[in-house]
Design a protein around this ligand. Structure first.
Ligand code: NAI
Length: 343
């Protein structure tokens, strides 16, 4: 019986990069029935809800979703589909590896970070109101439950993936109660994992250290807003938004998507870099137990960017989305299993 996966192509460059990703997945021998759905600006344009219930029902059934970016209006309009999706399905851990790939432009040679971001609360709880005209309040919610479960996720991930150290990132010197609770939960969970080193940094100092010597860090654990910002910073250390993958993981469901957005400035031009979503799909393959296919696809991607130097415009090359995709499809015939399985 074929595996069913929910596919959300999304907005802007979303359909271009999801099409390219499905193409390489199928060429690599991954067989799935894709349940295609619309959400976000495209759904609204069709008179639908931004996040239709049938999308949540589909992911509830299939348990796995491959998702393109979805446009969110700034300062007005509908609430972020991404935030709604993560909260509705309790996709509490956002996993964002950022690793140097030889051959890609970047100032550092050996960055190998895994960022875990709490995905359901913090300042993204969406609880905002106007107190009086000219004064608004936005609530930051931090709970023991969410802080503990995301900490445990990070330590379990570290153990399963040979990681040695987790640094919790916070501002507990100023937000003593909220960030203080996040840090306390992290430290409590850390006691259960004596084999993994656990330390912490204040967010502003962390940002400085990350742009000076990112290679000294292993895994970072952050609450929602800090994780959002720092993972984009980390993307910039390893080649940019066009290459970094992501996964949103809950108890029962998981949604795999790139860190980048719908890039309206280049949408429809055929120049978007599909590598970030393809590498998110590698995380998906490991998640569904298809690690051999993941390693082969990973090796093909490396061959194309490192040896053949087929790069899209954001990486200083000239290749279109289609040319890069077809180069990866051809490389699949030449590579074997990549024993390192790097993502
Ligand atoms: P963005 O990530 O879409 O674009 C930032 C810059 O990076 C742009 O210059 C864009 O051309 C470039 N870029 C991004 N991805 C690229 C790729 N794959 N290949 C080549 N260049 C790429 O961020 P922006 O402009 O702030 O957001 C646009 C929309 O995306 C907004 O509506 C935002 O809310 C939404 N968004 C959605 C996300 C999601 O669905 N997970 C995540 C982030 C933003």
């Amino acid at each position: 019986m074929s595996r069913v996966i929910t596919l959300l192509p999304g907005d802007g460059i979303g359909p271009e990069v999801t099409g390219a990703t499905v193409r390489v997945l199928e060429a690599a021998g991954f067989s799935a029935d894709w349940e295609n759905h619309t959400a976000g600006a495209e759904a609204v344009a069709k008179g639908d809800e931004p996040l239709p219930q049938r999308v949540l029902d589909s992911i509830g059934r299939t348990k796995v979703c491959l998702k393109g970016p979805v446009t969110t209006p700034v300062g007005k309009g509908f609430r972020s589909v991404n935030v709604q999706l993560r909260q509705a399905l309790e996709l509490y851990a956002n996993l964002r590896p950022a690793r140097t790939i030889p051959g890609l432009p970047g100032r550092f040679e050996d960055v190998n970070l895994v960022i875990v971001r709490e995905n359901t609360e913090g300042l993204y709880s969406g609880i905002e109101h106007q107190v009086i005209p000219g004064v608004v309040e936005s609530l930051k919610i931090i709970t023991e439950k969410a802080s503990t479960r995301v900490s445990r996720f990070a330590f379990e991930y570290a153990r399963a993936n040979g990681r040695k150290r987790i640094t919790a990132v916070h501002k507990a010197n100023i937000m003593k109660l909220s960030d203080g609770l996040f840090l306390e939960c992290f430290q409590k969970v850390a006691e259960e994992y004596p084999d993994i080193e656990a330390d912490d940094r204040i967010i502003d100092a962390m940002c400085m250290q990350l742009v000076v010597r990112p290679e000294t860090f292993d895994m970072l654990l952050l609450e929602n807003l800090y994780g959002d910002i720092v993972s984009d910073l980390a993307a910039g250390l390893v080649g940019g938004l066009g290459v970094v993958p992501g996964a949103n993981i809950g108890e029962n469901e998981a949604v795999f998507e790139a860190v980048h957005g719908s890039a309206p400035d280049i949408a429809g031009q055929g120049v978007a870099n599909p590598l970030a979503l393809m590498r998110s799909a590698l995380l998906m393959l490991h998640h569904v137990g298809e690690s051999a296919i993941a390693r082969r696809l990973s090796a093909a991607i490396r061959m194309v960017i490192v040896d053949d130097k087929v790069l899209t415009r954001d990486l200083g090359g000239k290749a279109s989305t289609h040319e890069l995709t077809e180069a990866i499809v051809r490389a699949l015939d030449k590579v074997g299993d990549d024993p390192t399985g790097q993502i």
